[in-house]
Design a protein around this ligand. Structure first.
Ligand code: PGA
Length: 253
């Protein structure tokens, strides 16, 4: 079980430090649940210092796909490692929608993250029109297969997939537990086709308006192995309540 907070373009250095401190205090010992927070780049170093001695891990929200060089404004995997990141979110729908990220580009980033020992949280998910047209599985199949093209079995254990239906992100609308389970089981079948039995160990997170009120139902689904939390990760008590729901789901499984 992994609960990761995606802070998006929120917080300044000061408020990021405060939020990180509040989350560490509120989460306490998360037991069997892995917890991560993904602040904006400029606050990674400060937040890492806040997380020292806690079991909460650090992640970034994006990175470039080459080692370094003349790429003004970009951030390399080695830079993320140097400020304490274990995770990096890749191919978030907002990156795809507003910054033109493609499946091929996401694949290059996944390979680059793995090369540098970062755990990629690879985001996939359909938009509303695709779901209305009954194409959600076809869309997600393409996204998963292209993102993981040539990713070896040896590296597969490091993968995290986040299923985030775009119509549920930041909208207050959530996939029902049944809709989430159906898609997660489908993603698991794609991973099994590529990696065999070890697909059972790959974390598949749900993202899209997960909050304390719906987390227990979503996280108790067989193939839901955690959550990628946007809005609710900006409030420490809400985020901690989702971590608790994750603990309960693990205990009840
Ligand atoms: P949300 O965002 O929880 O605010 O819907 C989730 C995400 O985009 O990762």
């Amino acid at each position: 079980m992994l609960i990761a907070g995606n802070w998006k373009m929120n917080t300044t250095l000061d408020t990021a430090r405060t939020l990180a401190n509040e989350v560490v205090a509120a989460v306490g010992d998360p037991g069997a649940v892995q917890v991560a927070m993904c602040p904006p780049f400029v606050s990674l170093d400060a937040v890492f210092n806040t997380l020292r001695g806690s079991s909460v891990k650090l992640g970034a929200q994006n990175m470039h796909d080459v080692d370094g060089g003349a790429y003004t404004g970009e951030i390399a995997a080695s830079m993320l490692r140097s400020v304490g990141c274990d995770y990096v979110i890749l191919g978030h729908s907002e990156r795809r929608q507003y910054f033109g990220e493609t499946d091929a580009g996401v694949n290059r980033k996944v390979q680059q993250a793995l090369k540098h020992g970062l755990i990629p949280i690879v985001c996939v998910g359909e938009v509303l029109d695709e779901r209305r047209a009954g194409k959600e599985q076809a869309v997600v199949k393409t996204q998963v297969e292209k993102a993981l093209q040539d990713v070896t079995l040896a590296n597969a254990a490091q993968l995290v997939i986040a299923y985030e239906p775009v119509w549920a992100i930041g909208t207050g609308e959530t996939a029902t537990p049944e809709q989430a389970q159906e898609m997660h089981a489908f993603i698991r079948s794609l991973l099994t086709a590529q990696y065999g039995a070890m697909a059972a160990d790959i974390h598949i997170l749900y993202g899209g308006s997960m909050k304390p009120g719906n987390a227990a139902d979503l996280l108790s689904q067989t193939d839901v192995d955690g959550g990628l939390i946007g809005g609710a990760s900006l409030k420490a008590p809400d985020f901690a309540a989702i971590v608790t729901a994750g603990q309960n789901a693990v205990a009840g499984a």
